[in-house]
Design a protein around this ligand. Structure first.
Ligand code: ATP
Ligand code: MN
Ligand code: MN
Length: 307
């Protein structure tokens, strides 16, 4: 089978300059995934994942005892961080501890050593903090919403994004929902992106009030899909493509081709089956992501509204 070969590659790749303490500690008990298994997983997916996490401030969910223990979100640097992890001071947070970024697989392995079970990047890079290069619509199903309805919502978001000249990509969250993501030329400022995505979420909700809501307060009524645009703000994050989730099932956030949606579910891809999926792919459905950057059409749409 192809498994031993894949495992060998992972071993070779996942040992760079970081010593994992307690490599046998079990992080996902149901699947038997250990700390070493997590490091091996990231070594396998690194080439695909790197463009979405390198050089970005990261919020990290750390769970030293695995998914059954207590987890905590951390975004500022702490003492004893491995040298491979970059400390990046937020230009707008003078006097605070720096934020955290990585630039290679060693850095990612160091995050595993620090018991990081989820990686949540900003939508802008440390080269250009104030100009987002990634738009994300976080589609959250209310109680009773079907997968078919989630797929329809994702397609509607895609059409609306494409109508203003943006490319649209989709990934599972590894939780309950989907993320529709557009690569942006980093020209517009954060408030422009928030305004644009708010207008889009509000339009979806007002055109189909029985299907969609754009505010968290209304989402509590259930049965509808929350079009959560609030990830599109400075300092906010969404889980990275290929990040694991600190939840039962060992699911990961998996980039998909649009026509794959109907054959999977939000937590279909896991630490266990994701490497096989990637190895079997003829073409990475997100291969053209960064090449597809387009500018936000905020000025055009604002003009239209004013008329
Ligand atoms: P699901 O599909 O289950 O909704 P999700 O990752 O989209 O999974 P959300 O609750 O919708 O989860 O949150 C969206 C994003 O907001 C998260 O991926 C995360 O980056 C960020 N987020 C949510 N809660 C927190 C938190 N307490 N601290 C930091 N970031 C958070
Ligand atoms: Mn969500
Ligand atoms: Mn959400």
């Amino acid at each position: 089978t192809g498994m031993p070969k894949a495992a060998k590659t992972a071993k070779a790749k996942s040992t760079p300059d970081v010593t994992l303490t307690h490599p046998d500690r079990v992080y996902w008990p149901d699947e038997g995934v250990t700390k070493q298994g997590l490091a091996d997983y990231y070594a396998e997916v690194w080439d695909h994942m790197a463009p979405f996490i390198v050089g970005r401030p990261l919020a990290l969910l750390r769970s030293p005892d695995g998914i059954t223990g207590k987890g905590f979100f951390q975004k500022h640097a702490w003492k004893g961080l491995n040298k491979s992890i970059d400390l990046v001071p937020d230009p707008k947070e003078k006097g605070e501890e720096p934020l955290i970024a990585i630039h290679d697989l060693t850095g990612l392995t160091a995050l595993v050593q620090a018991a990081v079970l989820e990686i949540h990047p900003w939508g802008s890079t440390v080269k250009d903090w104030e100009h987002p290069d990634t738009l994300i619509l976080d589609l959250d199903p209310g109680d009773g919403v079907s997968w078919q309805e989630m797929i329809a919502a994702a397609h509607e978001a895609k059409e609306r994004l494409e109508a203003v000249g943006l490319a649209a990509f989709v990934k599972t969250s590894g939780g309950k929902g989907l993320h529709v993501v557009s690569p942006l030329k980093p020209k517009g400022a954060w408030p422009d992106l928030k305004e644009f995505t708010k207008a889009m979420a509000d339009a979806m909700a007002s055109d189909s009030p029985n299907k969609y809501v754009s505010t968290i307060a209304k989402a509590k009524r259930g049965g509808k899909i929350l079009i959560d645009y609030l990830r599109n703000q400075r300092g906010q994050t969404a889980v990275a493509a290929y990040s694991t989730r600190a939840r039962p099932g060992a699911a990961v956030s998996m980039p998909l081709a649009w026509d794959e949606l109907s054959s999977v579910g939000p937590a279909y891809f896991t630490i266990v089956n994701a490497p096989q999926r990637l190895a079997a792919l003829k073409r990475d459905p997100w291969a053209t992501f960064r090449k597809s950057e387009a500018p936000l059409a905020i000025k055009t749409s604002a003009k239209k509204v004013r008329k």
